[in-house]
Design a protein around this ligand. Structure first.
Ligand code: CTP
Length: 400
């Protein structure tokens, strides 16, 4: 089978050097990559680097190898075009259909999915002109990844950083795997919770669980690749921020409730993939609890935590909001799942069987998605991202 053809467009920003890593990841995972830099991009990284890393010729203008009609052919034959970094100028040109170099010509001839990873100073990103251009591109079906927040070129920090190349690569991989131009979650805001809450006993100890957060991160990443604005409420995870996702870190169930309710206010869907502790210690000791010689330990008194899933399902922030829960069961998986779906009042419940070596921390998952409408969708053993795609398919079907 032919290698998937990817066009990596690079426009003139300092983050161009990070596109070298994206290029490496793409080529090493079996993609045929044609790098199309702008003339300004070559001020940051030279053509020799792009050519050596991609194994393909590099040009910025339509006048090289004219007999091959590159201004049309490169775009026509691409399976994916990703522009990283995309400067404010590049977004403006793309939104307005300008075609004054090879990359802008390629963008006009491409009929495959297009991903833009913008990087610029915060002021430029926030400017209404840029925001309108981004909205135009999204409306036309492009995936425009939200920039990350952090250190910018100079001493200043803010929104505008290019997301981690490894995470841009993940978006490209998901978009290529779906192979459709229309991102079906474009214009939607989705909230995903991930990880496991920790309920502190004292400054050094907590009650916790073994959730890694990987399923929730896979959900966030796939939703972003399908064009959604994503808020990820993450409890005690140690995973890199998915590209374009707004990550809200929390610790306890009570903090998670607050963050989820806030984000859910304008959300089209909420997926509770986090393992939320049902109970917390009734008291928090401000100082470390000490053992006392010759004395048995005090019994631990627990109180109930709020049930976030049940609460947001019973009191929907928006009409038509789709709510998804997860259930980890060890026995009577389907019967327990049905009962839990009814008890929680959500629209969909992803039920998986857990055990010592199953699900926690692994890259794979196997589940059945139960619908409040009686539907039952089995998802065979496979990557957590495959389960995530199925969840979003079912959510998209139910969104008004
Ligand atoms: N959940 C929640 N708030 C809680 C506990 C759980 O929002 N306090 C959510 C989880 O994020 C998950 C779903 O509810 O989506 C199922 O959680 P689970 O703990 O399996 O369900 P329980 O009702 O606690 O049932 P069990 O008796 O099996 O513990």
């Amino acid at each position: 089978m032919d290698k998937p053809k990817v066009v990596l467009g690079v426009s003139g920003g300092i983050a161009a050097y990070k596109a070298c890593e994206l290029l490496r990841r793409l080529t090493e995972s079996g993609h045929d990559v044609r790098v199309v830099p702008t003339a300004s991009a070559l001020h940051f990284v030279g053509a020799a680097t792009w050519s050596a890393l991609s194994g393909n010729p590099v040009s910025t203008e339509v006048w090289d190898a004219v007999h091959e009609v590159p201004h049309v052919r490169i775009g026509q034959h691409a399976d994916l075009v990703v522009v990283a970094p995309a400067t404010a100028d590049m977004l403006a040109k793309a939104a307005h259909g300008l075609a004054d170099d090879l990359l802008t010509n390629t963008l006009l001839t491409a009929r495959c999915p297009v991903v833009f990873a913008p990087a610029m100073h915060t002021e430029m990103w926030e400017h209404p002109a840029t925001q309108e251009n981004v909205a135009t591109l999204r409306r036309r079906g492009a995936v425009v990844i939200e920039p990350a927040v952090g250190r910018l070129t100079g001493v200043d920090t803010g929104k505008g950083r290019l997301p981690d190349p490894a995470e841009i690569f993940e978006i490209c991989r998901r978009v290529l795997a779906r192979g459709v131009r229309e991102p079906d979650l474009a214009g939607r805001h989705v909230v995903v919770s991930a990880g496991g809450t920790r309920e502190p006993l004292d400054p050094v100890r907590f009650l916790g669980n073994r959730s890694s957060g990987k399923q929730g991160y896979a959900l966030a990443r796939t939703a972003a690749a399908r064009g959604a604005r994503v808020t990820l409420v993450a409890a005690n995870t140690h995973l890199p921020d998915p590209a374009g996702v707004d990550v809200v870190p929390v610790g306890t169930a009570v903090q998670m409730r607050e963050a989820v309710l806030k984000a859910a206010a304008d959300a089209d869907a909420v997926v509770m993939a986090a393992a939320v502790a049902d109970f917390r210690p009734s008291e928090y000791a401000a100082g470390k609890i000490k053992k006392k010689d010759g004395q048995e330990p005090e019994p631990l008194v627990l109180v109930r935590n709020p049930d976030i899933l049940a609460e947001i399902s019973a009191d929907r922030a928006r009409a038509g909001q789709v709510i998804v829960g997860f259930a980890a069961e060890t026995d009577d998986v389907l019967a327990n799942g049905r009962a839990k779906l009814a008890r929680k009042g959500c629209d969909l419940l992803v039920v998986n069987e857990v055990g010592e070596r199953k699900t926690f921390g692994s890259e794979e998952n196997e589940a059945v998605v139960l619908g409040a409408d009686g539907s039952e969708t089995p998802v065979p053993y496979g990557p957590k991202e495959a389960l995530a795609e199925t969840v979003w398919d079912l959510v998209a079907d139910r969104m008004s």
